[in-house]
Design a protein around this ligand. Structure first.
Ligand SMILES: [Fe+2]
Length: 140
């Protein structure tokens, strides 16, 4: 089962955003471990509850940070978050209808973990560059 290691390629260079991303990556690594140990079904409820509150809050923080610094990538980021929330919502509906299972734990990992890491590396890093650039300009 794939696990993600925190490396510089995942760091966006904005401490608040990096801390949030580390939390998310830990949650998906915990999901991988649970699936490997055959306890994915009991972990999935915890994960879905955590993601429900944490991702909405984190996306809001990240979006307002991008807006504050007028980052050009902000709109693309917002659309990507919207897409994630749609996939996540479908998954929660499936969980509500079918209940916890190893299958839904695997599906959550397959649909959300790679998305998150790709998103951080391709879009959030651009927000990081923009925010750091903007802060540097403000202080000079
Ligand atoms: Fe993002």
């Amino acid at each position: 089962m794939q696990k993600f290691e925190w490396t510089d390629s995942l760091s966006v260079g904005v401490p608040m955003i990096d801390v949030h991303h580390k939390e998310l990556i830990t949650a998906f690594n915990d999901l991988s471990n649970a699936i490997e140990q055959g306890t994915g079904a009991s972990y999935i409820k915890k994960l879905l509850t955590f993601l429900k509150y944490f991702t909405e809050w984190h996306f809001e923080q990240e979006e307002s940070c991008a807006a504050k610094h007028r980052c050009a990538i902000g709109e693309t980021n917002q659309q990507a978050h919207h897409k994630f929330l749609q996939i996540f919502s479908d998954l929660r509906i499936e969980y509500r209808d079918s209940g916890a299972s190893e299958a839904i734990a695997r599906k959550a990992h397959a649909q959300l973990a790679d998305w998150l890491v790709n998103h951080i590396m391709t879009i959030d890093t651009q927000i990081g560059t923009c925010v750091r650039h903007s802060l540097k300009n403000q202080s000079s």
